[in-house]
Design a protein around this ligand. Structure first.
Ligand SMILES: O=C(O)CCC(=O)C(=O)O
Ligand SMILES: [Fe+2]
Length: 294
């Protein structure tokens, strides 16, 4: 007797309802902000009020393409070297259709590439450091360094979405009180609504500690929220969200190349410098994440 095994098919794309902008996008009208040497009072107020902001065209597409080229070279190098961890922080790895591996969450990226390192020296980051608070710096070798998330919806992908969370929860794992922490994202790909992308609950950064911890099941809950706002962006845009705001990354309704979404997160740090190196241990936070498979 022969037995046949069936591979579970990929969930079919749901293009219609999943690709529609949430109602909150009709309530919040984000101007086409641009970042200069300083945030304007209007920009500061927008960020403080809603908990997030987007700046158009921080870099032109030609410059983004140069960064992408370097990111792809670093990706190929890390895969060729069989790296699974950098400075104690695990990489998230996926497989392409042809079986080649690729990195879906890269960390300390700017320590592997001159262009990424140079990108972080852009004087406009000073404007963001200024509003982050006194004593903030870009920590290329601290925490996770420059993180590059690479989402794809297809077989072999290990990173298609991310459940509801607040970034500040990590502070507790590092035995620090959650503080006003700004998460600065830079888009390497266009991120229209078909790619899913970041969903935020406006104003939720103004909550107290208890709702910050308990409003949803951290990382486990991936359901749409009626109050969520979808942050759509184009390659070259820069976004900031408050670390205390509830957010998730929605899965793309598109699949394959059309679902590819790559975003870099700039490491803003304050307080004593704790540089990491190859001997740094894996933080408990990542052990838990791996255990819970999110
Ligand atoms: O990939 C994104 O755009 C957001 C990811 C995120 O929220 C996180 O890694 O904490
Ligand atoms: Fe986050």
């Amino acid at each position: 007797m022969t037995t046949t095994t069936f591979e579970a098919p990929e969930a079919p794309a749901k293009p219609t309802s999943a690709a529609a902008l949430p109602p909150m996008n009709r309530c919040i009208d984000m101007p086409r902000f641009e970042l200069g040497e300083r945030l304007t009072p209007e920009q500061v107020e927008f960020l403080d009020t809603f908990g997030f902001i987007r700046f158009k065209s921080f870099l032109p597409r030609a410059e983004v393409a140069k960064l992408v080229e370097e990111v792809e070279a670093i990706d190929a190098r890390l895969v060729a070297e069989g790296r699974t961890v950098i400075n104690g922080v695990p990489l998230i790895l996926g497989k392409r259709k042809d079986g080649r591996g690729f990195v879906q969450r890269m960390c300390f990226s700017s320590t592997f590439g001159e262009r990424l390192h140079a990108f972080l020296q852009d004087p406009r980051f000073k404007a963001i450091l200024e509003i982050a608070g006194p004593g903030y710096r870009i920590g290329e070798r601290e925490r996770d360094g420059l993180v590059i998330n690479h989402y794809r919806r297809e077989e072999g992908s290990s990173y298609k979405r991310l459940g509801w969370h607040t970034d500040s929860l990590r502070d507790l794992f590092y035995f620090e009180m959650p503080r006003r922490y700004l998460n600065v994202g830079f888009y390497l790909d266009d991120s229209p609504i078909e790619k899913g992308g970041v969903r935020l609950i406006p104003f939720s950064h103004q909550q107290g500690l208890w709702p910050m911890l308990t409003r949803k099941a951290h990382f486990m809950d991936t359901d749409a929220d009626p109050a969520e706002y979808a942050l759509v962006a184009e390659a070259g845009d820069l976004t900031i969200h408050d670390g205390r705001i509830w957010h998730r990354v929605a899965e793309a309704s598109a699949t394959g190349d059309a679902s590819q979404r790559r975003v870099m997160y700039v490491p803003l740090m304050e307080g004593p410098e704790k540089l990491k190196d190859e001997n740094s241990p894996t933080p408990v936070y990542f052990r838990l994440r791996r255990f819970a498979r999110f």
